[in-house]
Ligand binder design. Structure first.
Ligand code: AMP
Length: 505
């Protein structure tokens, strides 16, 4: 079944309902959006054969969803790419997927046109007369695709190595959408979803269950994440949900608290670690309107979930521990923790998180070697480390390769970071290992101070002695203005490791 059938269906059962809005103003109804999508699909099929990839290198904009659905409607593969990447990184992804056609935002179209010469032939700038002319094509009947046909090439954000295209099928995306309602958040009669985070990533994936339910898709006028604008849009749209990376939730909390947030339904957070103190502050500010998901491009948005009702159980004896977890496995997947030989480890023990189920990708696009490393014996090896508690809640420790082995003991950087963040003088912290003759590896902490005043390393050291095992405490502190992050706000530990090498030189 073609995932675009959900839009065609909404175009009939919710023809008059708002489908797409820019800020507070509705642009299209579901009837209109479905019609435009079928026409755009018609135009695409005049240029491309079914099964070909089409790249979307665009900041969030109203056209994004019609292009995404037009690709699927026409039986093409959508390749949504993070528009904030460097031109060299974009060039790598475009040549890896071999897209002939690319939709681009105005600001990017010229740069991308310079990349033509490989597979890329056609760069279509959205909002131009060329784009609008495509919408005059005859509407295409919905393409018949097998469930396993690729629908979305999800280029992993590449905190390590070159990005790889996780190949997600129509079926993967359909099951992901079901999991949203079964495990993450349930819908009240009509909701709206605000896309303040990149549509090329989690926010775009979560557009799908909301198209299924004919919720209005709201694009902020800024095209990005602006706390003041978000508070305004919460005022404008009843039952609003939105996806936010933890750093975005923190920015919302740092914004003055006078806005009325009664309209807010749910903040869906995930994609990186949320510190418990921030979860508690968000619950105090918004009420228990938070739901967490843990996933990765290889099994989109679908490993575990921590729904709003768990956030609401403030009198539960393990409330804080549960908030520090990523919740319980979503209903369409099996999740286990395993040692280096893929043998399951016991409750409370740390192992690599393995996932099996109908949301797991078919493999990486044209990369059988990476696929074979990641999909082994039917299980997706996530590279994340975690442990289950007796009630089935999973707590993430770290990416497998980020674990520090010092004096033969495993040290999970997140544990050390959690302690450092409790210190009043620390705004952000990232912990890595550096080669050490005596210990194998030694713990190094990069800390961003809360104010401009410098942090006293001796004070941090005694704070760590009071809070964690001595062998886990950092041997070196490096105070830094900002942590290196990728465009999704994930801390780039490989950049910190490179910086650390420079300290040796
Ligand atoms: P990506 O494939 O770019 O979405 O990155 C996925 C990775 O982000 C996962 O493998 C985790 O390391 C991390 N991640 C995703 N969700 C969470 C979460 N809720 N808490 C902590 N880390 C997360």
């Amino acid at each position: 079944m073609n995932i675009a059938a959900h839009l065609a269906r909404a175009g009939r059962f919710a023809a008059e309902r708002p489908a797409l809005a820019l800020g507070a103003g509705t642009l299209l109804t579901y009837g209109e959006l479905a019609e435009r999508t079928a026409r755009l699909a018609g135009s695409l099929r005049q240029r491309l054969k079914p099964g070909e990839p089409v790249a979307l290198v665009m900041a969030n904009c109203p056209e994004y969803l019609e292009i995404l659905y037009a690709c699927w409607h026409a039986g093409l593969i959508a390749v949504p790419v993070n528009a904030k990447l460097h031109l060299n990184e974009l060039a790598y992804i475009l040549s890896d997927c071999e897209a002939r056609t690319c939709f681009a935002s105005a600001a990017l179209a010229t740069g991308l046109s310079g990349l033509r010469g490989g597979a890329l032939r056609d760069v279509i700038e959205v909002g131009t007369s060329k784009y609008e002319a495509m919408l005059a094509a005859e509407p295409l009947p919905l393409a018949d695709v097998p469930p396993e046909a690729p629908a979305w090439l999800f280029y992993t954000s590449g905190t390590t190595g070159q990005p790889k295209g996780a190949t997600l099928s129509h079926h993967n995306l359909r099951v992901m959408s079901w999991c949203y309602f079964a495990d993450v958040d349930q819908e009240s009669p009509w909701t709206a979803i605000l896309h303040a985070a990149p549509l090329s990533h989690g926010s775009g994936l979560y557009a799908l269950p909301h198209v299924m339910q004919a919720s209005c898709q709201v694009i902020p006028e800024s095209g990005g994440f602006d706390p003041a604008e978000i508070y305004e849009l919460i005022g404008a749209w009843p039952n609003l949900v939105f996806f936010a990376a933890p750093t975005m939730v923190k920015r919302l909390l740092d914004h003055p608290a006078d806005a009325d947030t009664a309209n807010l339904k749910t903040i869906l957070y995930g994609g990186g670690p949320m510190y418990t103190a921030d979860s508690v502050a968000a619950i105090e500010r918004f009420g228990p309107k938070l739901a967490q998901l843990y996933g990765q491009g290889e099994t989109p948005m679908t490993i575990t979930a921590l729904p709003a009702r768990v956030h609401a159980e403030t009198d539960h004896p393990r409330w804080l521990e549960r908030l520090a977890s990523v919740g319980v496995p979503q209903s369409a997947v099996e999740v286990r923790t395993a040692d280096a030989h893929s043998h399951s480890v016991g409750t409370g023990e740390v192992g690599e998180i393995l996932v099996r189920g109908q949301t797991v990708m078919r493999g990486y696009w044209r990369n059988p070697q990476a696929t074979a490393q990641t999909l082994r014996d039917g299980w997706l090896h996530t590279g994340d480390m975690g442990s289950f508690d007796e009630e089935g809640f999973l707590t993430l420790k770290d990416r497998a390769k980020d674990v520090i082995i010092s004096g033969g003991s495993n040290i999970y950087p997140r544990e050390v970071e959690d302690v450092l963040l409790k210190h009043a003088g620390v705004a952000e912290a990232a912990v890595i290992g550096r080669a050490d003759r005596e210990w194998g590896e030694a713990v190094v902490a990069y800390v961003v101070p809360q104010t401009r005043e410098s942090i006293d390393a001796a004070a941090l050291d005694s704070f760590c002695i009071d809070n964690i095992a001595r062998f886990k405490r950092p041997r070196i502190y490096r105070v830094i203005g900002d942590l290196p992050k990728n465009n999704y706000g994930k801390v780039l530990k490989r950049v910190l490791r490179e910086m650390e090498k420079e300290h040796d030189g």
